[in-house]
Design a protein around this ligand. Structure first.
Ligand code: SF4
Ligand code: SF4
Length: 264
Protein backbone atom coordinates (compact mmCIF):
# COMPACT_ATOMS: atom_id res chain seq x y z
CA UNK A 1 0.00 0.00 0.00
CA UNK A 2 1.30 3.50 -0.86
CA UNK A 3 2.03 5.62 2.25
CA UNK A 4 0.03 8.82 2.76
CA UNK A 5 1.81 11.88 1.35
CA UNK A 6 2.60 14.54 3.99
CA UNK A 7 4.55 17.77 4.34
CA UNK A 8 7.21 15.82 6.27
CA UNK A 9 7.74 13.49 3.31
CA UNK A 10 7.92 16.41 0.88
CA UNK A 11 10.49 18.14 3.10
CA UNK A 12 12.59 15.00 3.42
CA UNK A 13 12.52 14.26 -0.32
CA UNK A 14 13.42 17.88 -1.14
CA UNK A 15 16.34 17.84 1.26
CA UNK A 16 17.68 14.54 -0.07
CA UNK A 17 17.36 15.76 -3.64
CA UNK A 18 19.44 18.85 -2.88
CA UNK A 19 22.00 16.90 -0.87
CA UNK A 20 22.53 14.60 -3.87
CA UNK A 21 23.13 17.45 -6.32
CA UNK A 22 26.82 18.17 -5.53
CA UNK A 23 27.61 14.49 -6.18
CA UNK A 24 25.76 14.61 -9.49
CA UNK A 25 27.64 17.77 -10.53
CA UNK A 26 30.99 16.62 -9.14
CA UNK A 27 31.35 19.87 -7.18
CA UNK A 28 30.74 21.16 -3.66
CA UNK A 29 27.39 22.70 -4.56
CA UNK A 30 25.95 26.07 -3.56
CA UNK A 31 23.08 25.13 -1.30
CA UNK A 32 21.95 24.99 2.29
CA UNK A 33 19.02 23.16 3.88
CA UNK A 34 15.81 23.93 1.92
CA UNK A 35 12.50 25.17 3.32
CA UNK A 36 9.17 23.77 2.11
CA UNK A 37 5.66 25.06 2.85
CA UNK A 38 2.23 23.94 1.69
CA UNK A 39 -1.10 25.77 1.65
CA UNK A 40 -4.62 24.75 0.81
CA UNK A 41 -5.95 26.67 -2.17
CA UNK A 42 -8.58 29.05 -0.80
CA UNK A 43 -9.62 32.71 -1.23
CA UNK A 44 -6.08 33.84 -0.37
CA UNK A 45 -4.99 32.94 -3.87
CA UNK A 46 -7.73 35.05 -5.48
CA UNK A 47 -5.51 38.05 -4.60
CA UNK A 48 -2.71 37.02 -6.96
CA UNK A 49 -3.67 39.36 -9.84
CA UNK A 50 -3.90 42.26 -7.33
CA UNK A 51 -0.75 41.69 -5.30
CA UNK A 52 1.50 40.23 -8.03
CA UNK A 53 0.48 41.03 -11.60
CA UNK A 54 -2.91 41.52 -13.25
CA UNK A 55 -2.16 38.67 -15.68
CA UNK A 56 -0.93 36.34 -12.96
CA UNK A 57 -2.33 32.82 -13.22
CA UNK A 58 -4.53 31.20 -10.55
CA UNK A 59 -3.45 27.80 -9.20
CA UNK A 60 -6.38 26.21 -11.06
CA UNK A 61 -4.99 27.57 -14.33
CA UNK A 62 -2.09 25.15 -13.89
CA UNK A 63 -4.34 22.30 -12.83
CA UNK A 64 -8.16 22.65 -12.62
CA UNK A 65 -8.38 19.99 -9.88
CA UNK A 66 -5.59 21.50 -7.73
CA UNK A 67 -6.23 21.55 -3.94
CA UNK A 68 -2.83 22.63 -2.56
CA UNK A 69 0.19 24.75 -3.38
CA UNK A 70 3.73 23.60 -2.54
CA UNK A 71 6.48 26.24 -2.43
CA UNK A 72 10.15 25.66 -1.62
CA UNK A 73 13.17 27.89 -1.01
CA UNK A 74 16.74 26.74 -1.61
CA UNK A 75 19.14 29.04 0.28
CA UNK A 76 22.64 29.66 -1.06
CA UNK A 77 25.71 29.00 1.08
CA UNK A 78 27.16 31.97 2.93
CA UNK A 79 30.53 31.79 1.13
CA UNK A 80 28.81 32.31 -2.22
CA UNK A 81 26.80 35.29 -0.96
CA UNK A 82 29.96 36.74 0.59
CA UNK A 83 31.78 36.39 -2.72
CA UNK A 84 28.95 38.20 -4.50
CA UNK A 85 29.18 41.09 -2.06
CA UNK A 86 32.45 42.34 -3.61
CA UNK A 87 32.26 45.17 -6.15
CA UNK A 88 29.32 46.43 -8.19
CA UNK A 89 28.98 43.44 -10.49
CA UNK A 90 27.94 39.86 -9.74
CA UNK A 91 30.76 37.32 -9.47
CA UNK A 92 31.13 34.43 -11.91
CA UNK A 93 30.00 31.89 -9.29
CA UNK A 94 26.79 33.82 -8.69
CA UNK A 95 25.88 33.43 -12.36
CA UNK A 96 26.88 29.77 -12.36
CA UNK A 97 24.89 29.09 -9.18
CA UNK A 98 21.85 30.79 -10.74
CA UNK A 99 22.02 28.56 -13.83
CA UNK A 100 22.64 25.36 -11.86
CA UNK A 101 19.95 26.18 -9.31
CA UNK A 102 17.32 26.83 -11.99
CA UNK A 103 18.16 23.47 -13.50
CA UNK A 104 17.97 21.86 -10.06
CA UNK A 105 14.60 23.51 -9.40
CA UNK A 106 13.21 22.18 -12.67
CA UNK A 107 14.24 18.62 -11.86
CA UNK A 108 13.23 18.85 -8.20
CA UNK A 109 9.78 20.15 -9.15
CA UNK A 110 9.35 17.24 -11.59
CA UNK A 111 10.53 14.77 -8.93
CA UNK A 112 7.96 16.13 -6.45
CA UNK A 113 5.31 15.91 -9.18
CA UNK A 114 6.29 12.27 -9.84
CA UNK A 115 6.16 11.49 -6.12
CA UNK A 116 2.67 12.96 -5.86
CA UNK A 117 1.67 11.06 -8.99
CA UNK A 118 2.80 7.78 -7.35
CA UNK A 119 0.37 8.61 -4.54
CA UNK A 120 -2.45 9.11 -7.06
CA UNK A 121 -2.39 12.93 -7.26
CA UNK A 122 -1.82 14.96 -10.41
CA UNK A 123 0.34 18.11 -10.28
CA UNK A 124 0.75 21.29 -12.31
CA UNK A 125 4.27 22.70 -12.80
CA UNK A 126 5.85 25.86 -14.25
CA UNK A 127 9.47 26.76 -15.08
CA UNK A 128 11.75 28.23 -12.37
CA UNK A 129 12.11 31.51 -14.22
CA UNK A 130 11.41 33.47 -17.41
CA UNK A 131 7.71 32.80 -17.31
CA UNK A 132 7.14 36.54 -17.32
CA UNK A 133 5.83 39.38 -19.41
CA UNK A 134 8.88 41.02 -21.03
CA UNK A 135 7.14 44.39 -21.30
CA UNK A 136 5.64 44.65 -17.82
CA UNK A 137 8.61 42.74 -16.32
CA UNK A 138 6.23 40.80 -14.13
CA UNK A 139 5.88 37.04 -13.75
CA UNK A 140 2.67 35.30 -14.77
CA UNK A 141 3.56 32.72 -12.12
CA UNK A 142 5.52 34.26 -9.27
CA UNK A 143 7.01 31.64 -6.94
CA UNK A 144 7.75 34.47 -4.49
CA UNK A 145 4.13 35.62 -4.33
CA UNK A 146 2.98 32.02 -3.98
CA UNK A 147 5.51 31.69 -1.16
CA UNK A 148 4.24 34.87 0.46
CA UNK A 149 0.62 33.66 0.43
CA UNK A 150 1.63 30.21 1.68
CA UNK A 151 3.57 31.69 4.64
CA UNK A 152 7.12 31.04 3.47
CA UNK A 153 8.23 34.66 3.93
CA UNK A 154 7.51 38.39 3.82
CA UNK A 155 8.63 40.90 1.22
CA UNK A 156 11.53 43.21 2.02
CA UNK A 157 12.15 46.73 0.73
CA UNK A 158 14.38 45.05 -1.89
CA UNK A 159 11.30 43.20 -3.21
CA UNK A 160 12.75 39.83 -2.36
CA UNK A 161 11.01 37.40 -0.08
CA UNK A 162 12.63 37.11 3.36
CA UNK A 163 12.14 33.62 4.77
CA UNK A 164 13.25 32.23 8.17
CA UNK A 165 16.46 31.26 6.27
CA UNK A 166 16.86 34.71 4.70
CA UNK A 167 16.45 35.95 1.15
CA UNK A 168 19.52 34.74 -0.76
CA UNK A 169 18.41 31.68 -2.66
CA UNK A 170 15.86 30.61 -5.21
CA UNK A 171 12.22 29.54 -5.12
CA UNK A 172 10.17 26.92 -6.88
CA UNK A 173 6.55 25.81 -6.66
CA UNK A 174 3.90 23.46 -7.93
CA UNK A 175 0.21 22.81 -7.41
CA UNK A 176 -1.31 19.43 -6.70
CA UNK A 177 -4.57 17.58 -6.17
CA UNK A 178 -3.29 16.32 -2.78
CA UNK A 179 -4.76 17.93 0.36
CA UNK A 180 -1.53 18.81 2.14
CA UNK A 181 -2.85 21.33 4.70
CA UNK A 182 -1.46 24.70 5.74
CA UNK A 183 2.17 24.48 6.90
CA UNK A 184 3.60 28.02 6.96
CA UNK A 185 7.06 28.78 8.38
CA UNK A 186 7.32 32.56 8.74
CA UNK A 187 6.87 33.73 12.34
CA UNK A 188 6.34 37.50 12.05
CA UNK A 189 4.02 39.97 10.28
CA UNK A 190 7.04 41.65 8.69
CA UNK A 191 10.51 40.24 8.10
CA UNK A 192 12.18 43.42 6.81
CA UNK A 193 13.64 45.70 9.49
CA UNK A 194 12.63 48.90 7.71
CA UNK A 195 9.08 47.68 7.16
CA UNK A 196 8.93 46.72 10.83
CA UNK A 197 9.78 50.32 11.79
CA UNK A 198 13.45 49.69 12.61
CA UNK A 199 16.65 51.25 11.23
CA UNK A 200 18.08 49.66 8.09
CA UNK A 201 17.83 50.51 4.37
CA UNK A 202 21.15 48.76 3.66
CA UNK A 203 19.73 47.20 0.47
CA UNK A 204 18.82 50.69 -0.83
CA UNK A 205 22.42 51.85 -0.29
CA UNK A 206 23.86 48.73 -1.94
CA UNK A 207 22.01 48.98 -5.26
CA UNK A 208 24.53 50.13 -7.89
CA UNK A 209 21.84 51.72 -10.09
CA UNK A 210 19.63 53.29 -7.39
CA UNK A 211 16.64 51.17 -8.35
CA UNK A 212 15.38 50.89 -4.77
CA UNK A 213 13.64 53.37 -2.52
CA UNK A 214 11.88 52.69 0.74
CA UNK A 215 8.50 52.72 -0.96
CA UNK A 216 9.36 52.25 -4.63
CA UNK A 217 11.16 49.88 -6.98
CA UNK A 218 12.31 50.93 -10.44
CA UNK A 219 11.83 47.54 -12.06
CA UNK A 220 13.07 48.71 -15.49
CA UNK A 221 16.30 50.10 -14.07
CA UNK A 222 16.98 46.84 -12.24
CA UNK A 223 16.15 44.68 -15.28
CA UNK A 224 18.39 46.79 -17.54
CA UNK A 225 21.25 46.23 -15.10
CA UNK A 226 20.69 42.46 -15.05
CA UNK A 227 20.72 42.34 -18.84
CA UNK A 228 23.79 44.55 -19.03
CA UNK A 229 25.61 42.23 -16.62
CA UNK A 230 24.93 39.26 -18.89
CA UNK A 231 25.96 41.20 -21.99
CA UNK A 232 29.07 42.92 -20.69
CA UNK A 233 30.74 40.51 -18.27
CA UNK A 234 33.21 38.35 -20.21
CA UNK A 235 33.11 35.69 -17.46
CA UNK A 236 29.37 35.21 -18.14
CA UNK A 237 29.85 34.64 -21.88
CA UNK A 238 29.58 30.83 -21.66
CA UNK A 239 26.51 30.93 -19.37
CA UNK A 240 22.92 30.79 -20.61
CA UNK A 241 21.50 33.92 -22.28
CA UNK A 242 18.96 33.98 -19.45
CA UNK A 243 21.64 34.48 -16.76
CA UNK A 244 20.17 37.76 -15.55
CA UNK A 245 21.67 38.32 -12.11
CA UNK A 246 22.91 40.96 -9.66
CA UNK A 247 21.57 40.64 -6.07
CA UNK A 248 23.87 43.27 -4.58
CA UNK A 249 20.82 44.32 -2.54
CA UNK A 250 20.74 40.87 -0.90
CA UNK A 251 24.45 40.25 -0.35
CA UNK A 252 25.41 40.22 3.34
CA UNK A 253 22.41 42.17 4.56
CA UNK A 254 20.68 41.74 7.93
CA UNK A 255 18.05 39.66 6.09
CA UNK A 256 20.43 37.58 3.93
CA UNK A 257 20.36 34.39 6.04
CA UNK A 258 17.56 34.89 8.57
CA UNK A 259 14.42 36.81 9.40
CA UNK A 260 15.95 39.67 11.43
CA UNK A 261 12.56 40.78 12.78
CA UNK A 262 12.17 37.44 14.57
CA UNK A 263 15.10 38.43 16.81
CA UNK A 264 13.73 41.80 17.96
S1 SF4 B 1 18.45 45.10 3.96
FE1 SF4 B 1 17.22 45.93 5.62
S2 SF4 B 1 15.72 47.32 4.64
FE2 SF4 B 1 16.59 46.00 3.04
S3 SF4 B 1 15.14 44.29 2.91
FE3 SF4 B 1 16.76 43.66 4.32
S4 SF4 B 1 16.00 44.20 6.36
FE4 SF4 B 1 14.75 45.30 4.84
S1 SF4 C 1 19.16 43.22 -8.13
FE1 SF4 C 1 20.83 44.74 -8.37
S2 SF4 C 1 20.01 46.32 -9.72
FE2 SF4 C 1 18.27 45.12 -8.97
S3 SF4 C 1 17.55 46.21 -7.14
FE3 SF4 C 1 19.00 44.65 -6.42
S4 SF4 C 1 20.98 45.69 -6.35
FE4 SF4 C 1 19.62 46.96 -7.61
Amino acid sequence: MVKEITIEILREVTQRFIEAEPGRLGSEGWWQRPLVVTALIDQRFDQLPDIAYHEHLYPQDLLPTARSVVVFFIPFKKELVKENREGNRPCRNWGLAYVQTNDLIGRLTSALGDLLDEHGFKSGLTPATHNFDEVALMARWSHKHLGYLAGLGRFGVHHMLITPAGCTGRFGSLVTEAQLGNHPLIETEEACLLKAGQECGKCIEACPVQALKEDDFDRRRCWDRLKENRRSLSYFSDLLETTHVCAKCAAIMPCSFKNPVAEL
